[in-house]
Design a protein around this ligand. Structure first.
Ligand SMILES: NC(=O)c1ccc[n+]([C@@H]2O[C@H](COP(=O)([O-])OP(=O)(O)OC[C@H]3O[C@@H](n4cnc5c(N)ncnc54)[C@H](O)[C@@H]3O)[C@@H](O)[C@H]2O)c1
Length: 430
C-alpha cells in the first residue's frame, strides 16, 4: 500500500478518529485544530474526547500522527486534505458551513502542487462539493480534486466502524482524486461505492434520515402498544425478524439525540425546503421525536401530579452510552422541562460533560446513581449505561422518597422492578 501524507482539519470526534485510523493504516497524518486547548491536550498525550480505543491508537501511532495549530506545518508535504470540522445548524436551520469554507480557503497556502485532493468528511448539504470546486478554482487549486467521503461511524464504536465499515462511499468529480482517496483505505475489507459528488453527499443525509425514521417509527408503535396493551418489545422483536426490514434501530426510547440525527435531519428538511419541496415524512419523523422527548414528563405527572418542588433524578445525561457527547441529548430537554415545571433536578452520568449555562447550571450532579436516587421523588433512565443495568435496585428503592421509575430505554425487567417495590413504567411495555 502506498503510504500517503495526509492533513486532517479538525481534531473533534471525526477528525481524531479519522487521523488515528489513517495512521494505523500506515499513513503519515498531521491533525490541525484551531482550538489551542484541544491541541495542547493532544500534545500532552491526552485525548480531549471519550472514544473507546482512541487513546491507545493515538499512542501506538505517535511516529506517524502529529497534532498542531500551525497551518504551514499541516500543509507541508500533504497530498490529501481531510475536512473534519463541525457543521452545526445555523439560525435558518441550514448547516453552517463557515468552518468548511475557512478550511478550504486556508488550502491556498499549500506549497505548489503537493496537494492532490480534498476529501470532505464533514456532513454537508448536497451541492457543497460544487461550491467547493468553484472556491478551489478561485484560489488557484484547479489541479486539486474534490472528493466526498462521508463518515458513517457511530460515537462509542467509531474506531471499529471506521476500520470495519459496511461501505466506503467515494463521491468524485474525476477518477484520479477518487481513486487516491479510496486507496487510503487499503487494508479495510469493505465495498467501495463510487458515485458523483452530489449523490455521495445525499447518501450520508439519507442514511441518517432513514435511521432516525426507524427510531421514530418504533416510538410511535410503542405509544400504540401503550394504548392497546401490546408489548413493543415482542412486537418489534418479531417485526425485525423480517429480513426485508431488519432489526437494527427498531428500538423505542426517549427520543433520538446526539451530534448527528437532529442536526442532519433538520438540515435535510431545510435543504429540501430550499428546493421548494416540503418533505412530509421527514417532518413527521422530527415531530414524533420532539414529542417523544417530552413524554417522560407526562409519565412523571401521571404518577406525581404537580412536579413543583419534587426531586427528580436523571440517570444518564449523554445522548447514548459509551460517549461523553451531550450535543442535542434528550436529557437536556428533560432537565429544562423539569426545571420549568418547578422540580429540583439531580443527575448522574459517568462521562458526560454538559456545556456551561442552563439548564445544567441548575442541576445537581452526583458521583453515583445511588447518590442521585437517595431522597428522590422519581427517577428517569435517560441513557442505558451498563452501570444502571447492574445497579442494586433494591438498595436504590429503599433510598428513594417515592420509588417512581420511568425507564426511558426499556433497560430493566418490569416484573423484577415491580417486585422490588418500584412504581415502574417504560416505553410501550405493559
Ligand atoms: N460525531 C459524529 O458521530 C459524526 C459522525 C459522522 C459525521 N459527523 C460529521 O463530522 C463533522 C465533524 O463532527 P465532530 O463531531 O467531529 O465535530 P467536533 O465539534 O467534535 O469537532 C470539530 C473540530 O473542528 C475544529 N475546527 C473548527 N474550525 C476549524 C478550522 N478552520 N481548522 C481546523 N479545525 C477547526 C473545532 O475546533 C473542533 O475541534 C460534522 O460535520 C459532523 O456532522 C460526525
Amino acid at each position: 500500500m502506498a503510504e500517503r501524507r495526509i492533513a486532517v482539519f479538525g481534531a473533534g470526534y471525526i477528525g481524531l478518529v479519522t487521523g488515528a485510523c489513517l495512521a494505523e493504516l500506515g499513513h503519515h497524518v498531521t491533525v490541525r485544530d484551531i482550538d489551542p486547548e484541544r491541541v495542547r491536550i493532544l500534545l500532552a498525550g491526552d485525548v480531549p474526547i471519550h472514544e473507546p480505543g482512541l487513546g491507545d491508537m493515538i499512542a501506538r501511532n505517535k511516529e506517524r500522527l502529529t497534532f498542531t495549530q500551525d497551518l504551514d506545518r499541516t500543509l507541508t508535504g500533504a497530498e490529501i486534505a481531510y475536512v473534519c470540522v463541525d457543521t452545526p445548524p445555523s439560525a435558518s436551520g441550514d448547516a453552517d458551513l463557515t468552518r468548511v469554507w475557512a478550511v478550504i480557503r486556508s488550502l491556498a497556502a499549500a506549497p505548489d502542487h503537493e496537494l492532490r485532493a480534498v476529501a470532505m468528511k464533514s456532513t454537508v448539504p448536497v451541492g457543497t462539493g460544487a461550491r467547493a470546486r468553484v472556491l478551489l478554482d478561485e484560489i488557484g487549486l484547479s489541479h486539486v480534486g474534490y472528493v466526498s467521503n462521508p463518515e458513517f461511524t457511530a460515537e462509542g464504536r467509531a474506531i471499529t466502524d471506521f476500520l470495519a465499515p459496511d461501505r466506503i462511499v467515494i463521491g468524485q468529480d474525476d477518477d484520479t482524486a477518487g481513486a487516491l482517496v479510496a486507496a487510503l483505505h487499503t487494508g479495510i475489507d469493505a465495498p467501495v461505492a463510487t458515485m458523483d459528488v452530489k449523490s455521495a453527499e445525499m447518501v450520508k443525509l439519507a442514511s441518517n434520515a432513514l435511521l432516525a425514521t426507524k427510531i421514530s417509527f418504533a416510538n410511535e408503535i410503542a405509544t400504540l402498544c401503550e394504548n392497546t396493551g401490546a408489548n413493543v418489545t415482542e412486537v418489534l422483536g418479531a417485526v425485525g425478524m423480517d429480513h426485508r426490514l431488519g432489526a437494527h434501530f427498531l428500538r423505542p426510547g426517549i427520543g433520538w439525540g446526539g451530534s448527528c440525527f437532529p442536526k442532519d435531519s433538520e438540515a435535510l428538511r431545510q435543504m429540501a425546503s430550499n428546493t421548494g419541496f416540503h418533505p412530509q415524512l421527514l417532518t413527521a419523523v422530527i415531530n414524533v421525536n420532539n414529542i417523544q422527548k417530552r413524554r417522560a414528563i407526562q409519565h412523571l405527572k401521571d404518577e406525581l401530579g404537580d412536579l413543583a418542588g419534587r426531586h427528580v433524578a436523571l440517570l444518564g445525561m449523554a445522548f447514548k452510552p459509551g460517549t461523553d457527547d451531550m450535543r442535542e441529548a434528550p436529557s437536556t430537554v428533560l432537565a429544562g422541562r423539569l426545571l420549568a415545571e418547578g422540580a429540583h433536578v439531580r443527575a448522574w452520568d459517568p462521562l458526560a460533560r454538559p456545556a456551561a449555562g442552563e439548564p445544567w447550571d441548575s442541576v445537581t450532579r452526583f458521583p453515583t446513581p445511588l447518590h442521585a436516587l437517595a431522597g428522590a421523588d422519581a427517577a428517569v433512565i435517560v441513557t442505558e449505561w451498563p452501570e444502571l443495568a447492574e445497579l442494586d435496585w433494591t438498595e436504590a428503592c429503599t433510598g428513594m422518597r417515592t420509588p417512581i421509575l420511568f425507564d426511558g430505554r426499556n433497560l430493566l425487567d418490569p416484573t423484577r422492578l415491580r417486585e422490588i417495590g418500584f412504581r415502574y413504567t417504560s416505553v410501550g411495555r405493559p
